[in-house]
Write a protein that binds this ligand. Structure first.
Ligand SMILES: NC(=O)c1ccc[n+]([C@@H]2O[C@H](COP(=O)([O-])OP(=O)(O)OC[C@H]3O[C@@H](n4cnc5c(N)ncnc54)[C@H](OP(=O)(O)O)[C@@H]3O)[C@@H](O)[C@H]2O)c1
Length: 187
């Protein structure tokens, strides 16, 4: 089982998301072993990047506040991974993993506020402000592709995938659920 990324399919021209990811997937496919590839979209846990400003100022600063993506709960990625390793029938499959609905950064901030029981202010960053912030912890090509996904997602990146439900027999968890289980990081 390989934990890959949705970007391998949706950003094939990107050196960081397409080329590297594709070469790793190819190596696994050509290994001669049974394989299953998971391609999740953005993780709900990426919002840990907001933890410090939420703790200190009850503020989320993020770009593209009203662009929705069906981000996924990493616990669902783990559960699908466990199922593919423990059950028959997953060999040679590629699963695209998303959450159950499009959620915007503004809605994520609201859900974190609901989970905390306190309002959280949303401060929209410009693309340049977000780029400068992300360059502190991500290489430049990864930053550019990530900004493109967050700001101008393709229809494939905004599609809610049926694969979590197909594998687990239940809908993927919501962002609100993730927020309720992770309040400690934001309090
Ligand atoms: N985040 C997303 O939106 C997203 C979307 C699609 C796919 N993915 C994929 O999902 C995976 C995890 O992503 P992430 O964003 O959660 O990454 P992350 O925040 O960088 O976390 C990576 C984790 O792996 C651990 N780790 C790194 N090298 C290790 C090693 N050699 N042995 C044991 N543990 C090691 C790190 O431990 P330390 O903290 O101790 O270094 C860290 O806990 C990556 O493969 C990524 O490409 C992520």
């Amino acid at each position: 089982m390989l934990l890959s990324s949705q970007g391998v399919a949706t950003r094939p021209q990107s050196a960081s998301h397409g080329d590297v990811g594709r070469s790793i997937e190819d190596a696994v496919r050509q290994s001669g072993l049974d394989w299953t590839i998971l391609r999740p979209g953005g993780f709900n846990s990426n919002t840990y990047a907001w933890a410090e400003s939420v703790r200190a100022q009850r503020t989320v600063a993020a770009p593209f506040g009203d662009v929705g993506l069906p981000t996924i709960d990493p616990a669902d990625v783990a559960e699908v991974a466990a199922a593919t390793l423990r059950e028959d029938g997953h060999a040679g499959r590629i699963y695209e993993l998303t959450g159950p609905a499009l959620t915007t950064p503004r809605q994520q901030a609201e859900a974190l506020g609901d989970a905390l029981g306190e309002p959280i202010r949303f401060a929209e960053l410009t693309r340049d402000e977000a780029r400068a912030q992300m360059l502190r912890f991500m290489p430049e090509p990864v930053v550019e592709t990530t900004l493109a996904i967050l700001g101008e997602p393709t229809p494939a990146e905004q599609r809610v995938s049926p694969d979590v439900e197909r594998v687990l027999g239940r809908a993927p968890r919501t962002f609100a659920d993730w927020a309720r289980r992770n309040t400690a990081a934001f309090r």
